[in-house]
Ligand binder design. Sequence first.
Ligand code: PMV
Length: 316
Amino acid sequence: MPAMNQSACGKAILLGEHAVVHGEGAIAIPLSNKRVKVHVEPKILAPDSKIHVIAPDLDINQELSDLPKQNPIFQAVRLTLSELNITQTPSCKLLVTSTLAFSSGLGSSAALAVATTKALSEFLGHPLPVETVNRIAYECETYIHGNPSGIDNTVVSYEKPLYFQKSQGFEFLHPGGTFNFVLADSGTSKSTQESVASVAQQLVERPMEGQAILTQIGQVVEQGKQAFLDGDTKTLAIAMNHNQQLLAALELSSPGLDQLIKTAREAGALAAKLTGGGRGGHMLALVEDSKLPLVYESLQQASSDRAFIAIVRNQG
Ligand code: PMV
């Protein structure tokens, strides 16, 4: 059984995080240059069904069976074996490396689940179709987030920009122009499960106000979707900035994120907002070509070198 390598990208939500959990639409793009990589190789002399996991970025170097049940690698292996009806696995080693930051709004748990499912199923000689990989990754997400919308596993599985709505499924979005984004890490990692729970709590404590904000986010997403399709950077920027105000009204921003957003706007970004779970993690800025070097440099400085550029291209 030869060794196998697979990988999965990270993702950024352009518009609609959190509201998407409550049924509104949202738009996400893949981050193809930030990836989780999984290498699987046989361990010839080890007893059967022993899977050893090494993931230096996650401080993991142990048997799979000793990982916590909420670990995406654990769940992805379990669900992949169950999908393939395999009870006795050949012993193997899983090496997980990443250029994607963990727990910071970029879909790392979905990327871990997708990369593990693809690598293991191929290693076992039964590569799974993307629809199945997506379904398994969604199920993994339920163990980690509790109540995921499904947008993260979908964009990471298909690696294309898309519009997602829980009740309708998803549609791929073909950008009508080229959009430049700069992302930067506020340095504080926060649990998505907690931030999703905090929104649910607000809907209990102030239902009218909370629901009104989610509905407005839904409207902003529709406006942004049309702008994305039209290649209309200015209107997309208005939607992103408005979305940030609404997310802040749900207490999902943080002083670190606010500082990065201010830095981006002062350096000339057309828009800046948090992305993903919020209360820490990454921010996302939309930037015209001429301002890209300055915005990138300013965010690099403000985030201790944790900024990067992602470009969504109009494929013509
Ligand atoms: O922080 P991340 O990368 O896990 O993204 C979470 C996105 C949410 O909309 C807040 C949750 C979800 O399941 O859609």
